[in-house]
Design a protein around this ligand. Structure first.
Ligand code: FAD
Length: 372
């Protein structure tokens, strides 16, 4: 597979020009946390038309065979612009790569071209009502039956499940063995429109509905719903989480706010410089993780660091803005800075939870360091 040749600066300029046209044409308004919150199928399709979904994937599935660095350029620009990319984000970032690593040729041929075309969207079904950090305690089960699997259980905080077409669910396919808690789990691709799937959106602090509770009652799926090997679910989700945690969304979610803060002209340049210097260090770290992913590695420790440091940076942008340019919060304000600050504050509690809490990430890093 040879990467498609295009200079990084040309690609970055192309993405910026696309985004400027979209903003001018009122296709979107920049938002903080847009990759998580702003689900816009039309916008995702316009990104797909440019070949920017599944960029690194093989051409036979609609990918562009670009390098991970090229992909990083595109996702950085989409995030920096606060563009509404949530619809395709999860499949592009982790479910597509997992299908490429673990899927059968039939599964890849079925799902990936629809993802790269921006027509099928996926949700991530890991967390459950009593299983977040301790993911091995999940209770959703899949038992052999009905010519495939019969699934029962509840997933929660499942981002955009009420809008997505499929969910990649982590389920127990063998009973919990307390001595081997990470064994006996598998991943299933579940069509969210089939009988037995009941999805209830959950309203968040900002009054929006970003995630859902997904109740699965005797949901029957075929053998072809199993992704990868039966019993290898834990290893597969661990690799997926490296893709999830290492990306630039961890430090660019609030870039629209940082840009609006700088544009005010009344904030000391030293404070802005401090934030930008930190941002550049995070970018460098994230780029090394992109290179490792490009080599087919699963850099879980570096990914945990990017996520933990990135979350702290997100908080620092908000704290700096509130300290140096305080304003009464108002989500409907015509003033862009006020609106963006309000969005960032309302999403503040999410940042250190989603994708793994800070305590858990520091545990991953600490364990690895003590092993060396
Ligand atoms: C906006 C948002 C979107 C999300 N989207 C998805 C999604 O699409 N799919 C999905 O599967 N999940 C999703 N989640 C769920 C997310 O992954 C979980 O919230 C997260 O893993 C934490 O789990 P929990 O909420 O059960 O908290 P808990 O695990 O109960 O943790 C509560 C607190 O206890 C601390 N804690 C727990 N265990 C330990 C320990 N061993 N040592 C030290 N401290 C500990 C945690 O750090 C945390 O501070 C989303 C969450 C948010 C906020």
């Amino acid at each position: 597979m040879s990467p498609t040749a295009s200079s990084p600066s040309t690609l970055r300029a192309e993405v910026r020009s696309f985004l400027a046209d979209a903003r001018d044409g009122a296709a979107f308004v920049p938002r903080c946390d847009a990759w998580m919150s702003c689900f816009d199928p039309d916008f995702s399709r316009s990104v797909a038309e440019r070949g920017w979904i599944g960029m690194t994937w093989p051409r036979e599935y609609g990918g562009g065979e670009h390098s991970e660095r090229d992909r990083l350029i595109v996702v950085e620009e989409l995030l920096a612009a606060g563009a509404p990319v949530a619809a395709h984000w999860f499949a592009d970032r982790q479910i597509g790569p997992s299908l490429l690593r673990n899927g059968t040729p039939e599964q890849r041929a079925r799902y990936l071209p629809q993802v790269t075309a921006g027509t099928w969207f996926f949700a991530i079904g890991m967390s459950e009502p009593d299983s977040g950090s301790d993911l091995a305690s999940i209770r959703t089960t899949a038992r052999r039956g009905g010519g495939g699997w019969v699934v029962n259980g509840t997933k929660v905080w499942t981002s955009h499940a009420h809008r997505a077409h499929f969910m990649l669910a982590l389920v127990r396919t063998s009973p919990l063995d307390p001595q081997r808690r990470h064994a006996g789990m598998s991943q299933l691709l579940i069509d969210l429109t089939i009988p037995g799937v009941n999805i209830r959106p959950i309203t968040t602090l900002d009054g929006q509905q970003h995630f859902s509770e997904v109740v699965l009652t005797d949901v029957e799926v075929g053998d072809d719903a199993l992704l990868g090997a039966e019993g290898r679910g834990w290893q597969q989700v661990t690799a997926e989480l490296a893709n999830e945690r290492s990306g630039p969304e961890r430090y660019l979610s609030n870039l629209p706010l940082l840009a609006a803060l700088a544009a005010r002209g009344d904030v000391p340049t030293a404070a802005l410089g401090e934030l930008v210097a930190e941002l550049e260090s995070l970018r460098a770290l994230s780029a090394t993780v992109a290179d490792a992913l490009g080599r087919g590695e699963s850099p879980s420790v570096a990914a945990a660091l990017v996520k933990d440091l990135g979350s702290r940076f997100e908080r620092k942008v908000v704290d700096t803005a509130r300290r140096l340019a305080p304003t009464a919060l108002d989500a409907d304000s015509p003033d862009e800075y006020t609106r963006l600050l309000t969005e960032a504050v309302l999403h503040g509690p999410d940042v250190t939870l989603r994708g793994g809490t800070s305590e858990i990430l520091r545990g991953i890093v600490g364990r690895e360091l003590t092993r060396q």
